[in-house]
Write a protein that binds this ligand. Structure first.
Ligand code: ZN
Length: 160
């Protein structure tokens, strides 16, 4: 069966940036199972996998616009340290949920000053060109329950 809307797809993948640095990989973690067309994975990768079938190997080079978006420098801001009151030790790379007018946003600590902490609301992969190396292991029909939930159940998917 070919990958189409509402197919369950099981893949092995390695994700690298343009410098060849590995960002993420299913190696060790086990294959990833996703429901095609539901936004479970980035749109650029869905587009690249459409119409492929089990056994196919796919290389996809994806622009930030079809992945985690462009970086917006105005999403960086300095926050007074006392707002992080309850936290013992703030370190660069820590992530916090921040309430904004547009709803909750995940921010990452990028710099720590004497009084201010700089947080970045960009997704850590915003502005990054993504290169996927994918091997398709399995393509199958989704069950009614999986379609209802909008995700895959079982190995590589949701365990519940
Ligand atoms: Zn479910």
């Amino acid at each position: 069966m070919k990958i189409a809307e509402n197919a369950v797809v099981v893949i092995d993948y390695t994700l690298t940036d343009n410098e060849g640095e590995v960002i993420d990989s299913s190696e060790g973690a086990g294959p990833l199972a996703y429901l095609h067309g539901m936004g479970n994975i980035i749109t650029g990768l869905e587009t690249a996998l459409l119409g492929k079938e089990a056994g196919d190997e796919v290389k996809a080079s994806i622009e930030p616009a079809n992945a985690y978006g462009e970086r917006h420098e105005d999403m960086k801001q300095d926050v007074p340290k006392e707002l992080f009151g309850g936290i013992d030790k703030i370190e660069v790379g820590m992530q916090f949920q921040s309430e904004t007018d547009d709803g909750p946003v995940m921010v990452t600590v990028v710099a720590i000053g004497d009084e201010m902490i700089t947080v970045d609301g960009n997704h850590p992969l915003a502005g990054v060109h993504l290169n996927f190396d994918v091997t398709i292991r399995e393509v199958r029909e989704a069950s009614e329950e999986e379609l209802e939930h909008g995700h895959v159940h079982g190995e590589g998917g949701h365990q519940h």
